[in-house]
Design a binder for this molecule. Structure first.
Ligand code: SF4
Length: 366
């Protein structure tokens, strides 16, 4: 045990109730110097302290518009990186737990994407024929890669607009790291499944033939979200059998088969809006992260609506879950003493190139 009352170890001994009071007091002390951004997948005890809540796109815009000196991001690492890239140089972005990463983002590294780009150059000139598109769930150096190579960032809200922008420039897209968002979006744009091939980053030439690469319109990185890949068409069938009138809504990180069986597919913001606008009494089966589904269920209970988690196995995003009241209290009380902990700072050269790709996205989808 350290003698420093503001060391993380001290906070790990606090219960949630103590943290709640200390978070509130620190927030008040920091006043306008602080803004807390909270992703929809955050647990309730953290989410309730956010000044703004939203999905990746909404929060990245809010980070850019914020005047606060400290931006505390209750989300995962790539989101805090985006906030750092889009914020002013005098603003400081903090992630309460540095271990809050994203397993999907980790499936694509700069080394692997550069190797893919170089292998593709044996078939065609990628800088002339392929637009690299990275889902916002990726490390800053991959956004920088896209910035350097005429590419762009997308979110689950604007993936279609971004792909249309990309195809106006070059005839093919390399989409990483989430194959499902790429495939589901391509399908909705009418792209033939045969023209959407999966790049297996552990195999030479992605496990593809030259002919398949030449015929492809979208080359999908073999990445996925460990939470959304749990949902299965059988879960929908079983629920519909019990509740034939139920509506099904899924996030596009779910598999193609799940999305095909869903009545609606869209980002977390879309899911919230659709449930909010549905008729009183509607029963929803929702294919996205558990914390959001439970919040929807509570929020709309008075209207007789219910929201059910799609999988029978309880599974939340374990990295989002790392942001707990103890880490938030530790972060805020240190900031209130002008001690910055867990600052996220993207190296300037990477940030400049990543900003190019992010600004392209914000222009396509203002
Ligand atoms: S829900 Fe999936 S994609 Fe989102 S942060 Fe967690 S692991 Fe990453």
């Amino acid at each position: 045990m350290t003698g420093d009352p503001f060391a993380l170890q001290t906070y790990s001994l606090l219960d949630d109730e103590d943290c709640e009071a200390r978070i509130r007091a620190a927030k008040e002390a920091l006043g306008e110097r602080l803004v807390i951004l909270g992703h929809h997948y955050q647990r309730e005890e953290v989410y309730r302290h956010a000044d703004y809540t939203g999905d990746s796109l909404k929060l990245s815009r809010l980070a850019a518009a914020s005047h606060a000196r400290y931006i505390v991001f209750c989300g995962v690492h790539f989101m805090a990186e985006v906030a750092d890239i889009l914020s002013r140089p005098d603003q400081i972005v903090v992630l309460p737990d540095l271990a809050a990463g994203c397993s999907m983002a980790d499936m694509a590294s700069l080394a692997k994407v550069e190797r893919a780009w170089s292998e593709l150059s044996a078939v065609l000139d990628p800088d002339a024929h392929i637009t690299p598109v990275t889902y916002i769930n990726s490390a800053a150096d991959l956004k920088a890669f896209c910035g350097r190579h005429g590419g762009i960032v997308c979110t689950s809200t604007n993936a279609r607009d971004v792909l249309e922008w990309s195809f106006r420039r070059r005839e093919k897209v390399l989409f990483f790291p989430d194959q499902h968002l790429g495939r589901n979006t391509g399908h909705r744009m009418g792209i033939d499944p045969e023209q959407m091939v999966v790049w297996d980053f552990d195999r030479p030439l992605g496990g593809l033939t030259e002919a398949r690469i030449r015929a492809a319109r979208i080359i999908l990185w073999k990445g996925f979200c460990s939470v959304h890949q749990m949902f299965r068409p059988a879960h929908i069938d079983a629920f519909k059998e019990r509740f034939p009138d139920a509506k099904v809504i899924s996030h596009p990180e779910c598999s193609f088969e799940v999305c095909e069986k869903s009545d609606f597919v869209g980002s977390t913001e879309f899911i919230i809006k659709t449930v909010a606008e549905s008729a009183p009494g509607t029963r929803w089966l929702v294919g996205t992260e558990l914390n959001l589904v439970e919040r929807l269920n509570t929020q709309f209970r008075d209207e007789g609506k219910s929201a059910h988690f799609m999988s029978p196995t309880v599974c939340m995003c374990s990295t989002m879950f790392r942001i707990d009241p103890q880490h938030l209290a530790w972060t805020l009380e240190n900031l209130a003493r002008d001690r910055v902990v867990n600052r996220i700072q993207v190296p300037p050269a990477t940030a400049d190139q990543a900003r190019v790709a992010l600004e392209r996205m914000l222009k396509v989808s203002p």
